[in-house]
Design a protein around this ligand. Structure first.
Ligand code: C2E
Ligand code: CA
Ligand code: CA
Length: 597
């Protein structure tokens, strides 16, 4: 099927036009370092027609002085100089430029070993002296300029990601990641200086009701205003963070007495008790605050549990504030509830699968299915996968549950294959499973038993989960990738320095989290984030898929931005296996977008 993406291509064109005007058009500066006058002269002659500013150096000493005082867009460097090897100049070059500067080696040798060594030492490319002509020279130099642009884009994307990974995008407050960093720091400082600090956990009252009655937009606005008021009272040295939902946390430094804490608590309560005026609604909400004081020798999670317990105590007693005392106990009972039902749920066959199509935005065709598990529990009713996966991950029951899900998915794949239907399948892999020593054997077993082509298989793994597991996870993922199975980094952008994981793991795909996609058309910030993910993926030659495509508008915008694949409710909701073949047969993206064929 040929698709006419007229409208999309027009948008694509706009994006391209914009990006070319952004390219730096200043005169390019090139440094030629060679002790042979003849070579320098011939390079200058070959580049004569180009708008380049050429500087020459005939020895490494001279080159060093020039490099220290100037910046260049490209350096042509002789492999063997009279006074030293060209390679030895690399550290000086790399240290002097604040933006990446490609170095092209000029060599009389075409020995492979030398070339490999040079490339390993950071040379961008090489040119053989005996093949020096204008065409070769220009194509290598121009390619090196494009390389620089890509490097700069990657650096920008990385910076953006780093900010993104530390601050909550809605309120601008530090997020969970930064909060846990600061908490660890506070613990170290307190231990060193013997000055205790306090932790407050805040939970808004009636937030859920506001969300349910007035909608998410009002809820979001409220959270922003709450954060605004907290910022007003915050001391510079303290950390006010949003941990998620309507949950905030505060780290208070240099606490001498309990009164120091209550003074801050009073200010917070007073601020939150003032009614909020949002989109014509006057909203009275309150807050429940739990406090805990750090004592030497305590670990962070105990402190968090104590503050959490006091917060629940305050909530239950309908009070604004409780401080954890030695008489309080931490009750973890309710959290374990779901987990204890999962094993029997597996036995009773209460789990089943849904499949959600993924489409290729270039061909328009279905290019895979994500396997999503569902649980209709006999005792608890319908439980959301977010809840039962998280509950099962707290114990090893996640292993049993995951293998049960794999078994169902592979059986289905086999059944479809028998009907001649070969859908690539993406299965979510809990990072906890990477701790199971039998994981690799089990995967081998499935591939063999169900005659699965590993090329048709992707494991989606969340980057936040990878963070806890670095070394072991890395090795196992490499082996899985070695079997021919693809690895996708799920919920991309929500974790900590995603960029790092891209470099460290054998990933074939990044899956942009739906939080960046759902508001794409109305949120310029999200659009710029998604655009930088797309640049990253292109730079790393990695496949990219966006989830959370809830409208045609989002899909068109993604396509215009160069996004390769998409998944979301507008394309298809997750559905039972029996509905998939008909959906795939009927799926026609052009028709759905009302575009001419
Ligand atoms: P996920 O891996 O990020 O899966 C995508 C979730 O987004 C699914 O929710 C899907 O139904 C939902 N979704 C798809 N398109 C849209 C859209 O356009 N808009 C919105 N708002 N949502 C969309 P679901 O099925 O509730 O799954 C939630 C999470 O539970 C999954 O997030 C995944 O982390 C986990 N999960 C589900 N099944 C499994 C499983 O078999 N194994 C493991 N380890 N985790 C699973
Ligand atoms: Ca997923
Ligand atoms: Ca996801």
């Amino acid at each position: 099927m040929e698709i006419d993406y007229q409208k999309m291509d027009a948008m694509q064109h706009n994006v391209n036009a914009e990006s070319t005007t952004m390219v730096d058009s200043h005169e390019k500066r090139i440094l030629v370092i060679d002790d042979d006058d003849v070579i320098r002269e011939s390079i200058k002659r070959l580049l004569k027609t180009q708008p380049y500013l050429i500087t020459e150096a005939e020895s490494s000493e001279q080159a060093k002085t020039i490099i220290e005082n100037n910046t260049f867009d490209c350096i042509l460097l002789d492999y063997r100089l009279d006074d030293m090897d060209g390679i030895e100049l690399m550290p000086a070059i790399q240290a002097s430029n604040d933006r990446p500067c490609p170095v092209i080696m000029i060599t009389a040798y075409s020995e492979e070993r030398l070339i490999v060594e040079a490339l390993r030492n950071g040379f961008y490319d090489y040119i053989n002296k005996s093949h020096l002509d204008a065409k070769v020279l220009l194509s290598v130099i121009n390619a090196s300029f494009r390389w620089t642009e890509l490097q700069v884009k990657l650096q920008e994307a990385q910076q953006k990601l780093e900010t993104l990974s530390m601050y909550d995008s809605l309120t601008g407050l530090p997020n969970r990641n930064l909060f846990f960093d600061r908490l660890a720091q506070a613990k170290l400082n307190a231990t060193r200086s013997h000055k205790p600090f306090a932790l407050l956990m805040l939970d808004l009252n009636l937030f859920k009701q506001v969300n349910d009655t007035h909608g998410h937009a009002v809820g979001d606005h409220l959270l922003k205003d709450v954060a605004g008021r907290l910022k007003k009272i915050a001391r510079k040295s303290d950390t006010y963070a949003r941990l998620g939902g309507d949950e905030f946390a505060v780290i208070l430094h240099d606490i001498q007495t309990e009164t120091d804490i209550t003074q801050v608590v009073d200010k917070i309560v007073k601020q939150i008790n003032i009614p909020f005026s949002i989109e014509g609604h006057t909203l009275h909400i309150g807050v429940a605050i739990g406090g805990a004081l750090f004592k030497e020798g305590m670990n962070e999670s105990l402190l968090l549990e104590q503050a959490d317990a006091s917060m629940y105590k305050a909530k239950k007693a309908n009070r604004a504030y409780e401080l954890f005392t030695d008489n309080d106990v931490i009750n973890t009972q309710p959290k374990l509830e779901i987990g204890s039902y999962i094993a029997s749920g597996i036995q009773r066959n209460e789990f089943y699968l849904n499949f959600q199509p993924q489409v290729d935005l270039v061909t328009g065709e279905c290019c895979g299915l994500e396997v999503l598990s569902r649980w209709h529990s006999h005792s608890l009713g319908i439980v959301s996968p977010d809840d039962f996966i998280r509950a099962s991950e707290r114990s090893n029951v996640i292993w049993k549950l995951s293998y049960h899900i794999f078994e169902m998915a592979f059986k289905q794949m086999r059944a479809w294959a028998a009907q001649g239907l070969h859908y690539p399948m993406s299965i979510n892999l809990s990072a906890k499973l990477l701790e199971d020593e039998y994981l690799l054997d089990n995967i081998h077993g499935y591939l063999r038993r169900y005659e699965i082509d590993p090329q048709q298989l992707t494991f989606e793994i969340t980057e936040t989960a990878l963070m806890d597991n670095v070394v072991a996870a890395n090795e196992k993922l490499d082996i899985i990738a070695g079997m021919g199975i693809k690895i996708s980094i799920d919920d991309f952008g929500t974790g900590y320095t995603s960029f790092k994981y891209l470099r460290e793991y054998a990933s074939h795909e990044i899956k942009v989290d739906k939080v960046f996609v759902i508001n794409l058309p109305s949120n310029a910030r999200d659009a710029s984030i998604v655009q930088s993910f797309i640049s990253l993926a292109t730079g790393f030659k990695t496949q990219l898929i966006a989830e959370g495509v809830e409208s045609a508008e989002i899909l068109m915008q993604l396509k215009a931005m160069g996004c390769m694949r998409a998944q979301g409710y507008w394309i298809a909701r997750p559905m039972l296996a029996e509905n998939i073949p008909l959906w795939v047969k009927d799926w026609d993206i052009a028709e759905k977008l009302s575009l001419p064929h």
